[in-house]
Design a binder for this molecule. Structure first.
Ligand code: SF4
Length: 347
């Protein structure tokens, strides 16, 4: 599987300064977050064991959007480790999309024709408790631990992409590809640009929303100077996630002609409500982001408490259709292991 051990040559001092930077920008201790939000472990059903299963990490910029004293805040529910994660629920497994079977080699997946997916880093800005990759072998690693190893693997993967001229689009995923430093990200783009048959680059990222400071001028220059058409797929589940800081980051991306799409996951207690999803679509369009997909939850072990049944999802989607113009209605879809595309759940 993807990472083995941290690169031997990785500079320890560099790692230290990066993790210090991280400590300033992130909450990595759930108790500290509770103290900040004036909540108790008991009322949040906190589970330290759940943190051992999948590490806890929330950017402070995201925490600023959580309402203190509100245990059922929709942003808090997405990130807080709870006892229900430890329950064993039939059908909920570690690799629900059988991604291990789609791996060409570590870090390179091909699920769909014409497109390949590169896992470029184990790092994410935020750890979402429902993430379908929460059990991927790298999921509990520090964003910086395995960077060296993944980087070497990445170069091998680009060699493989060069040999397949049917590929026209690369999807950068992870983790979150924007966890890479600007220098590494620029190097990656240059390497990909050397593959003549590639036309488009799709970047899946939660950074513009959860840690908007990442959208630096340097990053924007890298994107602007690329020969690729760039599509950024954001992941926003609730209108409350789009604060003034995220709006500014999104606006910068938009001004660089980057196509912005959004995918949400339908999550019980977070956004399984017509009013909330309507508000989300309104806010997305207001910010020039196309509501693209509304995903059914992937059945990953530890996330069953977020499940919305098919019948409820279809009903919500039908109600949404009645109140939203077509271009604001995300497609309700499910990803099924081995299928060549996402499957519609409701027409
Ligand atoms: S940002 Fe995406 S990849 Fe990272 S934990 Fe959240 S859902 Fe998973």
């Amino acid at each position: 599987m993807i990472p083995r051990k941290p690169s031997r040559n990785q500079s320890r001092s560099q790692s230290r300064s990066q993790s210090e930077k991280q400590t300033k920008a992130y909450f990595t201790d759930p108790m500290a977050l509770l103290e900040r939000l004036n909540l108790t472990p008991k009322e949040m059903f906190f589970s330290p064991e759940a943190v051992e299963e999948f590490r806890f990490k929330v950017p402070k910029a995201y925490v600023n959007k959580i309402q203190p004293g509100k245990p059922n805040d929709p942003l808090l529910l997405q990130v807080f480790p709870v006892q229900q994660e430890l329950e064993s629920v039939p059908g909920y497994i570690k690799d629900p999309l059988a991604e291990a079977d789609s791996l060409y080699q570590p870090g390179l997946l091909q699920k769909y024709d014409g497109r390949a997916l590169l896992l470029v880093t184990p790092g994410c800005a935020i750890n979402c408790r429902y993430c379908f990759r929460r059990h991927f072998s790298y999921a509990n690693k520090s964003p910086y631990d395995d960077k060296g190893h993944l980087w070497e693997q990445l170069k091998k993967n680009i060699q493989l992409i060069k040999q397949d001229s049917t590929l026209t689009e690369i999807i950068l995923s992870g983790g979150d590809p924007l966890s890479l430093s600007d220098a590494r990200f620029a190097e990656l783009i240059t390497l990909l640009e050397s593959v003549p048959h590639l036309k488009r680059l799709r970047i899946h990222s939660r950074f513009p929303i959860v840690e908007p400071e990442r959208i630096s001028d340097e990053l924007l220059d890298i994107l602007l100077n690329s020969r690729f058409q760039i599509i950024m797929v954001l992941h926003i589940n609730h209108a409350q996630e789009i604060g003034p800081d995220s709006k500014a980051g999104i606006e910068k991306l938009r001004k660089k002609q980057i196509i912005l799409l959004n995918q949400s996951v339908l999550l019980k207690g977070v956004n399984d409500n017509v009013g909330i999803l309507t508000q989300l679509s309104e806010k997305l369009i207001e910010n020039h982001i196309i509501p693209y997909y509304l995903h059914m939850l992937d059945h990953v072990q530890g996330s069953a408490h977020f499940e919305v049944s098919d019948s409820d999802a279809i009903q919500i989607h039908q109600q949404l259709r009645a109140v939203l113009p077509g271009y604001m209605l995300p497609r309700l879809v499910r990803e099924v292991a081995g299928e060549k595309s996402k499957l519609p759940v409701s027409d």
